[in-house]
Design a binder for this molecule. Sequence first.
Ligand code: GDP
Ligand code: MG
Length: 292
Amino acid sequence: MNEEKDEQNNEQINSNSVDNTKVNKIIQNQSSDSLSVSESDLVSKRFSFNGLNNDKDLNIENQNNKEENQNNKEEKDYEILPDYKGDDFLSFKLIMIGDVSVGKSSLINRAIKKSFKSAYSPTLGFDYFSYYIKIKNKVLKLQLWDTGGQEIYQSLVTNFYRNSSLAIMVYSIDDRKSFENIDIWLKEMRTYSNPDVKIFLIGNKNDLEKKRKVDKEEGELYTKNNNIDLFMESSAKNGFNTQKLFIEASKILYKDYLMYKNKQKNKNKVESKNDEKNKLKNDDDKKKSSCC
Ligand code: GDP
Ligand code: MG
């Protein structure tokens, strides 16, 4: 519970004992409970639940229709919950990856704290934040792992890939190299991640139009050619598409979760039908063998 409260405050929480001064400072400033983002948490399932896992979630067709209707009416079908203190939520792990200084931390800061700092403060190792949002009466918690992008921490970061439901790959539109390196990030991600992982590509700093080195069309084409789920440009500086990024992430993850649950439900149905068939067959065989 303490851990949840600390997470809700969106304090920086270090997950593993990375040996550097900033991380050690963070560790000293946290209670021991708040550090219990354990390895088992990292390697747990892609979806986890707090509170009731209600079966009404399984009605995916109706949900989708409702979503369409709502979009048609241009109604908001979500609510961001910055102060959520409840413990009934679905939780998903997300990882932010990309070169150093492309704006990964700034995107999170803008979305969660609604602030932007021009001064650069590198993320050493990784930071942790949580983002709560309500979609169709279900509260979702996005567990955001913000990675530093430095090579020395890469072996630790690969641990996070494994259980992430979504990877947000970020480049900066004024930094050609950061776009070219997306290839490396994507390869690495696909090597270590769950095969069902969703992947977003974000071209950040699109307020720097005059310094642009990567056309929007290049990002779109890359997305199309590499089976990426969503592409958009953003600006953590002026807030363009920053909330949208996490709203879209929530929507796609919730949809994925509903599909997964539906599959499980159908699988269970088939299994119980097979069990029934086998039982009838066994009974029949017994009757035959006892007969005459
Ligand atoms: P990270 O290393 O990927 O986490 O990058 P940061 O979020 O720390 O940002 C690196 C630098 O880029 C900082 O000086 C930020 O102020 C700046 N920055 C981040 N996002 C934007 C943006 O959208 N536009 C502009 N102009 N600068 C940005
Ligand atoms: Mg950072």
